[in-house]
Design a protein around this ligand. Structure first.
Ligand code: SF4
Length: 252
């Protein structure tokens, strides 16, 4: 089975060894596999090269008048067989793999095969970063050690009925293997997370609030605005370590 992957450079799938930059495992070494394609279209997405293809109508904060921030799927997406991806991951001496995107759950059949292949070579923790709008299959739940679920709030520009699906959020809320990470721009976003936490009975210990931003200056400024409401609500706070270390570079 083939997987659609993002490219870190032309012809090179975005599979790389780094530290997890966000959430529960921040600072831990991991291999990252970035898949291409997303069912949502966040206006501030920092991996728009996985979905914002030429000829599509989606908007992005980096659009300039007359020059939308579009990408060429022939250059920025590449297909690889699951066995090739598994071999590339196993070349790194990492304790775990993070499958990210884009939206990985668009390719969950291939991810199940990848997880199977990885476990036959040596033990890897299998972690998935998802926007939480696509239900995981029973087979995927069985394979995955950690789902990092990042439901998208209205400031993402997505319609709530597409981004915040009750039946899917209920499934993730009920999984011991799931934690939640919400991107926030202002304290009102944290208040909305508190409403979601109550609605889906998500323990606050499992919730991380992360400032939106793709520069250190933006993260510090937004984080300063958010931190009082994060603490008031008993949530965890997470930075974006990779932005401080590498900025917006791909494949790091
Ligand atoms: S869900 Fe994630 S990958 Fe998809 S558009 Fe939003 S931020 Fe980007």
């Amino acid at each position: 089975m083939e997987m659609r992957l993002a490219c870190k450079a032309e012809g090179q799938p975005e599979i790389f060894y780094s530290v997890q930059g966000e959430g529960k495992n921040i600072g831990r070494p991991r291999v990252f596999v970035r898949l291409s394609g997303c069912n949502l279209h966040c206006v501030w997405c920092d991996t728009a090269y996985t979905w914002n293809w030429q000829g599509t109508p989606f908007h992005h904060v980096k659009d300039l008048p007359g020059h939308p921030n579009k990408f060429d799927s022939k250059r920025d997406m590449i297909k690889r067989d699951v066995a090739e991806v598994a071999a590339a991951v196993s070349n790194f001496n990492a304790p775990g793999v993070v499958i990210t995107g884009g939206e990985p759950l668009m390719q969950q059949g291939a991810i199940v095969q990848l997880a199977d292949a990885l476990r036959t070579t040596r033990p890897h923790a299998i972690e998935i970063e998802t926007n939480g709008s696509i239900a995981p299959s029973a087979a995927l739940i069985e394979e995955v050690d950690l789902f990092m679920v990042s439901p998208k709030l209205p400031h993402s520009g997505n319609a709530p009925e597409l981004a915040l699906k009750p039946e899917t959020l209920t499934i993730f809320a009920g999984l011991d293997s799931a934690i939640f990470k919400f991107v926030a721009r202002e304290p009102a976003d944290v208040a909305l997370v508190a409403e979601l936490a109550a609605k889906y009975a998500i323990d606050r210990e499992r919730i991380y609030i992360m400032p939106e931003g793709t520069t250190s200056a933006d993260l510090i400024a937004r984080g300063s605005d958010l931190i009082a409401s994060v603490l008031e609500n008993g949530f965890n706070y997470t930075d974006r370590l990779h932005i401080h270390l590498w900025g917006e570079r791909r494949g790091v």
